[in-house]
Write a protein that binds this ligand. Structure first.
Ligand SMILES: Nc1nc2c(ncn2[C@@H]2O[C@H](COP(=O)(O)OP(=O)(O)OP(=O)(O)O)[C@@H](O)[C@H]2O)c(=O)[nH]1
Ligand SMILES: [Mg+2]
Length: 252
């Protein structure tokens, strides 16, 4: 099996680390050979057994003290420091030869999506074998504008990182069935989303362009807590890399 690298990306608290755990546990259960990597130096607690953990080299706390900066400055410095670890990360992956590598990205999504070091990492580990799972936060997604804001964030992550994307509604168990249904419908029915926005300021044309560009795609509801949706993520990855059809549909 070709090696695939999966990056978990989403706004702070959207469930990246727990989804990394749940998806990893599920992959273990079907006997997929995998590696889990924590790239968040600010994590207090990592809920899965990390094979590589950036905190072994530095933590946000270390950087704040060493460089006398606040948490935001430390995030930026840590992102730049990540580049110095790439050879080591690549070496360890090459040594273990896993089929899948799960990468849990830093809490603040912009630290991963906007800084240059992430692109360097993606290139070093092989861009063509990379995909991201983008998590829509369930609470933010409850309102149509919250949903739309995250849609734009998801798109910006594709533009910046230039790797394909699977979009999921994270922690779906915290929402009622009707709420989940409504959000999933927003993600698949452009006219329904447009009517929910109840405003003419955002042209339906803009949404159409997103759709025509393949940037408006149905969400999959997942729950790390209850464990559902894992197979859908796996199928999405398989379909992209091994399905052999509609590649553009997923990437752009
Ligand atoms: N109900 C429910 N809670 C969840 C689920 N996944 C994560 N959580 C909770 O949501 C909180 C944030 O989850 P994390 O996985 O740490 O989110 P994150 O995106 O890694 O957060 P940061 O890295 O700190 O930005 C935690 O308190 C989890 O217990 C889920 O599927 N269902
Ligand atoms: Mg996390």
């Amino acid at each position: 099996m070709k090696q695939i690298i999966v990056y978990f990306v989403g706004i702070a608290g959207s469930g990246k680390s727990y989804l990394t755990k749940a998806f990893g546990d599920w992959l273990d259960s079907i006997k997929v050979n995998l590696m889990r990597i924590n790239l968040d130096p600010g994590a207090d607690y990592v809920p899965y057994p990390a094979d590589i953990d950036v905190r072994e080299w530095f933590t946000l706390e270390d950087i704040m003290q060493k460089y006398n900066v606040g948490p935001n400055g430390a995030q930026i410095i840590s992102s730049d420091l990540l580049v110095t670890l790439i050879d080591e990360i690549k070496y360890e992956i090459d040594l273990s030869q896993p089929d899948l590598v799960l990468i849990d990205t830093p809490g603040q999504m912009e630290i991963f999506t906007l800084r240059e070091s992430s692109k360097i990492l993606i290139d070093a580990l092989d861009r063509r074998s990379s995909i991201m799972v983008f998590l829509f936060d369930p609470i933010v997604s409850k309102t149509p504008f919250g949903f739309l804001s995250q849609l734009f964030m998801a798109n910006s992550a594709v533009f910046r990182l230039e790797i394909p994307q699977i979009t999921v509604l994270s922690k779906a168990d915290v929402l009622g069935d009707e709420e989940v249904e409504r959000i999933l419908r927003w993600s698949s029915d452009l006219d329904y989303l447009s009517s929910s926005l109840e405003t003419k300021t955002l042209s339906i044309e803009l949404l159409r362009i997103l759709k025509d560009s393949g940037l408006f795609r149905p969400l999959v509801a997942v729950s790390a807590l209850k464990g559902y949706g894992m197979e859908d993520i796996y199928d999405g990855i398989q379909e992209y890399f091994f399905g052999g059809e509609d590649l553009e549909r997923v990437l752009f």
